[in-house]
Every structure is written in structure tokens, then in C-alpha cells.
Design a protein around this ligand. Structure first.
Ligand SMILES: Nc1ncnc2c1ncn2[C@@H]1O[C@H](COP(=O)(O)OP(=O)(O)OP(=O)(O)O)[C@@H](O)[C@H]1O
Length: 574
């Protein structure tokens, strides 16, 4: 994934790395010219002899200064760009992820995982790798070479210092890993609980859950804060240790260097240059150790994002046979489906004729919505085959198929946007055409009364609308889509009986050239459908028209009698 991102920012990254290397070269050479200046000063007779050195020294400082300004551009472009690119990749993943895998991830955890993972990915690529190649390695190499040209003994001392630092870092790192893993798990837990607290206000308030939720969240967030502080303290310990090591090395250089200057073996300029190079050689090492630890910790965070990105895709969204549904026939041949080895559908076979209406009926949990999700291609059958027209659904390119399928789910899928967007997305359609559609779903008057009419924002999940308004809005989208197959999964459950009958009948009347599939609990709404399939425990119990099933005295009759007895509907013969 990071390779892909790097490729996308190839030119910018190259510029950033080269700019860093040139800056280090200019800054290091400026130290060398300063040393030359100091050493030549006592022997110089005329000012002119030093002027070239001063000019070169000045130019090097100027180059360093200008390049560090230029650095700002790739710095901002890359750090922000990489982070956003990773988030976009995560959204692209969601667009094609296998539906069962998607069902296994909670929104709260997913949001935290993508947010933290994208930041970690940015840190790995930008803060670690790019820093390593443009700053740290060139800094160490150039400084070591220059120190070596002055004094090999001192180079050896510096090398021993490196080894000591490396050993200390490794001991501390093992401790940090454990803390980081704990923090990540707790943060994902926190995000999940925060999001459910923010979203389920009514459920939690009425069940008086907020107090306990907040207590649990406080407890976990206290432990996260403590662990994060601990990690920072250990981090800072590195800097303190480096500072101590640098002091020791500088003292050693002074002891060796001063003796050599007295003996006339080394110049004062060289001693000053060496002292400057110790900082130049150790600062990158100090930074390297710290960013290496960050890199290792970020890898743990990024691994979680990678695991999510490696979840299986729905291959039918990426490849498959092109399809155009003309007849709208659907056939299930011995279809079985399991969730985690628990059988949900058992050897189910049925035929839905194109241009007809079919209803699935059955007790709660019988498997009706599962059938719908299989017809939609979201779930793949464990055994058996589904044909749509003459195509095997498992071989069809779903993106093509979805041009001909409209679906309204149980929980009316309204998204955060305007009423208009919720009906036609960003299609170029006249307002008048939208109002015609709204009339068919009994929503025109309501929209006309709103100050912003079609441009009214509906809020997250359509929070500013009633349940029935949301469902009617979702219906309007179906009317607009003009798909060959229309699937309504309890799409009228939030409507009053008058509106429910009006809209369903409107749909049945206006969509005679479509295949309509309905799931409805209130059985009076499906009186006019052509065929009813009664599902019981994942199997087809019986099928037929409304009247035939009532005569049969089977499961459908039982469900009907139960609803009549409980006053859920009017008896059919009244
Ligand atoms: N993601 C899932 N993981 C595991 N089991 C699931 C999952 N989704 C549904 N099930 C189970 O599959 C069975 C069938 O569910 P389905 O939603 O198809 O029933 P249904 O007939 O539509 O029910 P209802 O009328 O209550 O909506 C149920 O027992 C349900 O608990």
C-alpha cells in the first residue's frame, strides 16, 4: 500500500530527498570552510587571501537557508497528501470489500483504525523513510567522512558511541511495543463506545446507560492517557541519554584534541570543526533512534490498517460478465447459505418470473433478508446457483447488474445530504421531474412546505425526517432509478396503513414492466402481489397467490390469523 502511495508522489518525494541531501552537504561544507578560515587567519598577511573562503562560506550558508525555505513546499504536500491518500484508499477498499467481511467490522473501530492507520502510514513513509534518506543517513555519512579526514581516533570513539546507543534503544523498544499494542486496542474500544454514545442518544438515555458508559470510557481513557505518558517519558529518556553521551564524547574530544593542539599535531580550527561535527553526527543518530522507535510503533498501528486492506474483496465488483437485465427472471437452484457455519438458507429453490410481483413472507429470522442480500449479490451462496435472466449471478459483473436493480432496505438508507441528493444523487435532473416523483410517494406537499424545499439538509441518516418520510424518500429514489428489478425489504414498515397501501399499490400499478420483490410483515400490503413465497427456517414452506395460501391452511394462514387476532390488520373478507 505504501509503495502505491510513494509511486503517486514520486516526483515530489525525489525533490524532497534531493533537497535534503543538498542542504546537509551545504551545511557540512560550511563547517569545513569555517575551519579553513580560523586556521588561515593567524598566517594571513592580506585580507584578500581570506575573501574567497568567506564568500564560499557565505554562499553555502545562503544555499542552506534558501533550500530550507523551499523544503516547506514538499513537506506540506507530502505529509498531508500521504495521509489523505491513505484514507482515500481505505474508502476505495470499502467500495469493493466483501460484504460479510464488512459486516464483521464496527463503524467506531473502523473510523479509529483508518484514522490512526493513515497517520501511522504517513509517519512511516514521510517521517521515517524520507527523513532517513534525505537527512539522517547523508548527515551521518558526510559528517563521519569529514571527521575521518581530521582524526581517525575520534571517528572510532564516535563509532563506539553508536553501538552503546543501539544497545540501549533495543532494550527500551521491547518495553514500548507492549504498551503500544495495549494503547491501540483500548483506543479502538474507546472510539467504538464514543460513536455508539453519540449515535444512540435515545436508547442510552431511556435505558439510563449513559452514566455507566461514561464511567467505563473514563476508566479506559485514563489508562490510555497514562500509557501514552509512559511512552513519551521513555522517548524523552532517549534524548536525555543522547545528551549525556554527546557530553561525554565532547569531553573525550577535548581531552585528546587539546593535547594534540598543544603538541602542534592539530590546528584550533580542526578542533572547533570536530566539536561541530560531533553535534552533526549525533543529532541525526539521536533523531534516528527516536524516529526508529516511532517507526516500529507506527508499524503496529499501520499493520491494523493493512489487515483491513487485505480483507477479501467482492470479486464480482471488479470482474465478471457484462450483463443487462431485460426480462427480470430470477431463479434459485438448491441454494444454501451459512453464517459462520450456521445454516441460514437450506437447499432453497424457487422461480420469480420477470414483470411480476413476488412477496417473501415468514417469521422473524426465517431468512428473508438473507435471500434479498443474495439476490443483490452482496452475500454469496455456500451451495447452489442463482440465475438472473440467463446469467449465473456468481459470474456477473455486479457494477453492471446494479444498473438494473433498485433496493430499499429495512432501515431506509438516507444519507447526510439534501433531499435532492438523496433522490437523484448528483444527476442532472430538473426540479419539476423530482416533484413529479415526490407526488407519487406522497411527499411533494411536505417538501413544498420546507423553506429550502429540495435543498433541505436531512442530517445524518436523515435524522431530521420522520421514519415514514425517510421511507418515502427512499421510494422516490426507486421511482427515479427506473430499474428492471425493484426490491423492497420492509420498505413501508414505518408508514401508516393509508400511505403504505397508497404507495405500494402505486408501485405495483406503475411498475408492471418490472420485477418487484417485497418483504412485508403486515400481510395486507401484499394482497395484490402475483406470488407469495413463504419461508420457514431457511426453507420454502409454501407458495401461491394470497387467496390460494389462505385456503391452504398452512404457515401463511397461521401468520394471517395471528395478525387478525392481534388487530394488526383487517380480516381479508371484511
Ligand atoms: N451478519 C450476520 N452474522 C451472523 N448471523 C446473521 C447475520 N445476519 C443475520 N444473521 C442471522 O441469519 C438469520 C436470518 O436473518 P434474516 O435477516 O435473513 O431474517 P429475516 O427473515 O429477514 O428476519 P426479520 O423478519 O426479523 O428481518 C437470523 O437468525 C439472523 O440472526
Amino acid at each position: 500500500m505504501l509503495k502505491y502511495v510513494l509511486k503517486k508522489f514520486k516526483a515530489m518525494s525525489l525533490f524532497y530527498v534531493l533537497n535534503g541531501i543538498v542542504q546537509i552537504l551545504a551545511a557540512s561544507l560550511s563547517v569545513v570552510y569555517l575551519q579553513k578560515l580560523i586556521d588561515k587567519l593567524p598566517q594571513a598577511n592580506r585580507y584578500n587571501e581570506l575573501i574567497t573562503i568567506i564568500i564560499v562560506y557565505g554562499v553555502l550558508l545562503l544555499v542552506d537557508c534558501l533550500l530550507s525555505y523551499l523544503d516547506e513546499y514538499p513537506t506540506r504536500m507530502l505529509s498531508n497528501g500521504i495521509y489523505h491518500e491513505l484514507k482515500i484508499l481505505a474508502l476505495k477498499k470499502i467500495s469493493k470489500i466483501d460484504y460479510v467481511s464488512y459486516q464483521g467490522i464496527g463503524t467506531g473501530s473502523l473510523v479509529q483504525l483508518i484514522e490512526a492507520g493513515s497517520k501511522a502510514g504517513k509517519n512511516i513513509l514521510f517521517d521515517f523513510y524520507m527523513n532517513l534518506f534525505r537527512n539522517i543517513l547523508p548527515g551521518i555519512i558526510i559528517s563521519l567522512i569529514l571527521i575521518g579526514t581530521y582524526n581517525l581516533e575520534i571517528m572510532a570513539v564516535i563509532f563506539i558511541g553508536y553501538v552503546v546507543i543501539f544497545l540501549i534503544s533495543n532494550i527500551l523498544m521491547k518495553h514500548l511495543y507492549k504498551i503500544k499494542d495495549k494503547i491501540l486496542t483500548s483506543e479502538e474500544w474507546l472510539s467504538r463506545h464514543f460513536i455508539r454514545g453519540f449515535m444512540e442518544v435515545v436508547v442510552f438515555r431511556l435505558n439510563k446507560r449513559f452514566y455507566k458508559e461514561i464511567c467505563k470510557i473514563e476508566e479506559t481513557s485514563n489508562s490510555v492517557v497514562k500509557s501514552k505518558t509512559k511512552i513519551r517519558m521513555i522517548h524523552e529518556l532517549f534524548f536525555t541519554l543522547f545528551a549525556l553521551i554527546i557530553i561525554v564524547i565532547k569531553l573525550i574530544i577535548l581531552f585528546i584534541g587539546v593535547a594534540q593542539v598543544i603538541k602542534g599535531e592539530t590546528s584550533v580550527g580542526t578542533l572547533i570543526a570536530l566539536m561541530a561535527f560531533v553535534d552533526r553526527v549525533y543529532s541525526p543518530i539521536a533523531i534516528l533512534n527516536v524516529i526508529f522507535i516511532d517507526y516500529k510503533l507506527d508499524k503496529i498501528t499501520f499493520k491494523r490498517l493493512e489487515n483491513f486492506m487485505n480483507l477479501p474483496d467482492d470479486v464480482n465488483l471488479i470482474e465478471g460478465n457484462p450483463v443487462h437485465i431485460e426480462k427480470g427472471n430470477i431463479e434459485f437452484k438448491n441454494v444454501s447459505f451459512e453464517y459462520d457455519h450456521a445454516p441460514i438458507l437450506k437447499n432453497l429453490s424457487f422461480c420469480i418470473q420477470g414483470n411480476s410481483s413476488t412477496a417473501f413472507v415468514g417469521s422473524s429470522g426465517a431468512g428473508k433478508s438473507t435471500i434479498i442480500k443474495i439476490i443483490l449479490g452482496l452475500l454469496k451462496p455456500t451451495h447452489g446457483e442463482i440465475s438472473v435472466d440467463d446469467s449465473n449471478l456468481s459470474k456477473v459483473l455486479l457494477d453492471d447488474y446494479y444498473d438494473d436493480v433498485a433496493y430499499v432496505s429495512q432501515d431506509a438508507p438516507i444519507f447526510d445530504g439534501t433531499l435532492r441528493e438523496n433522490i437523484v444523487f448528483d444527476e442532472d435532473v430538473s426540479d419539476d421531474h423530482i416533484y413529479d416523483i415526490l407526488e407519487q410517494v406522497q411527499l411533494k406537499e411536505f417538501v413544498m412546505r420546507l423553506p429550502d424545499k429540495l435543498y433541505t439538509e436531512v442530517g445524518e441518516k436523515g435524522v431530521k425526517l420522520s421514519g415514514g418520510e425517510k421511507q418515502r424518500l427512499a421510494f422516490a429514489r426507486v421511482f427515479f432509478q427506473k430499474s428492471k428489478i425493484v426490491i423492497l425489504d420492509e420498505a413501508t414498515s414505518a408508514l401508516d396503513s393509508i400511505n403504505e397501501n397508497l404507495i405500494t399499490n402505486n408501485m405495483l400499478k406503475n411498475c408492471k414492466d418490472k420485477t418487484i420483490i417485497v418483504i412485508a410483515h403486515r400481510l395486507h400490503t401484499i394482497k395484490n402481489v402475483d406470488n407469495i413465497l413463504v419461508i420457514d427456517d431457511g426453507k420454502l414452506a409454501e407458495s401461491g397467490s394470497f387467496e390460494t395460501l389462505l385456503v391452504k391452511d398452512g404457515l401463511f394462514k397461521k401468520l394471517w390469523d395471528f395478525q387478525v387476532k392481534n388487530n394488526e390488520l383487517e380480516p381479508v373478507n371484511k
